[in-house]
Design a binder for this molecule. Sequence first.
Ligand code: AMP
Ligand code: ZN
Length: 384
Amino acid sequence: MTDPVFFVAAVPPSGAFELDGDEGRHAAAVKRMRPGETLVIADGSGTWAPATVIANRGRGLSLTVGQAVTDEPPALQVVIVQALPKGERSDLAVELATEAGADEIIPWQAARSVARWDGSADKAQRGTEKWRRTAREAAKQSRRHTVPRVGTLATTADVVSEVGRADAALILHEEGSVPLASSPLPRAGRLLVIIGPEGGLADEEIARLEGAGARAVRLGPEVLRTSTAAAVALGALGVLTGRWTWTASYPVGPVPAVGADRYGKGMASSDPDCLFCKIVAGVIPADIVARTDTAVAFRDIDPQAPTHILIVPVDHQPNVAATAAADPTLAGSLFTMADSVARAEGIGEPGYRLVANTGAGAQQTVFHAHLHLLGGRSFTWPPG
Ligand code: AMP
Ligand code: ZN
């Protein structure tokens, strides 16, 4: 069984530590932790340390704390925009979304929400505080080291601007024509998942959200309650995007900007087992020399010339011919990117060589489209 998690304001340096306050009381009096038992203390923002109970003081625990660790956040952050559900379904929605891994939860005053927090500032504040407490308890329950951030009450206009600054946004909608499972999804960045209230989304809301770049999708054939939809979507996204495959201990570099504006053309696809997709997503480190929304240039790990850089589209295709077939403009942009990288590297003159190994017979070893940019030495012809 995974060790229980208790939250502290800040994770202390290794050594002796007294766990007091509500968490200490809970660990000592409710969980009745005994000397020798192990637990985790976490700050709720991703930093945590293992600890062992030395003594149970009834109102708290005396601990020895080990070395602190800071988890890398997932490359793809899922933000749940939750229309206010009725009564206690509200807590259930937050609890389930937290257990299923939401990184952030934004309460939304949707047009048809029966529950209303927008009557007074006081009511909105109490609502947010309650959701924060629920998220914290659920994070503990599911042994998370990170409590999802709970935002303040959002209006529809606020949600529209959130859509604008996200890398992609999905509206869960029974009548959404595209199933989530076959919808293009980003692997990194900020993904908004918008969930309507019991009464459903108003047409006007859908129009405004879609106008800002959100896309309506459906889950399975079952009609879910507003309180369950987020958790079910998080489960599906966990599998579809690699969030449940890539462990948090991978170093996460800068994330590619896979903009909502790419939706129209079909969003970048990705393969969770592909080396270059992982480099593009920042999951595997590389010496990146240039990056645009659609392509990344990084140094080859086994250089065949003084300058050897790979030009790689973000979109996963098995080779450059497939990239050209899927998106000729993108394929063309790989050449212009190669030329500008070559100039920046000082190999524009006397010249450089671009190579696209296509197929195993031509020595292609990584089946994600790429151009080799080689320069800084003399070349022979024909090539080997
Ligand atoms: P190809 O043989 O044309 O498929 O090219 C694949 C290239 O990827 C080779 O030149 C490898 O040296 C290079 N490569 C493999 N792994 C990495 C990595 N982790 N970082 C950078 N380049 C790599
Ligand atoms: Zn790939």
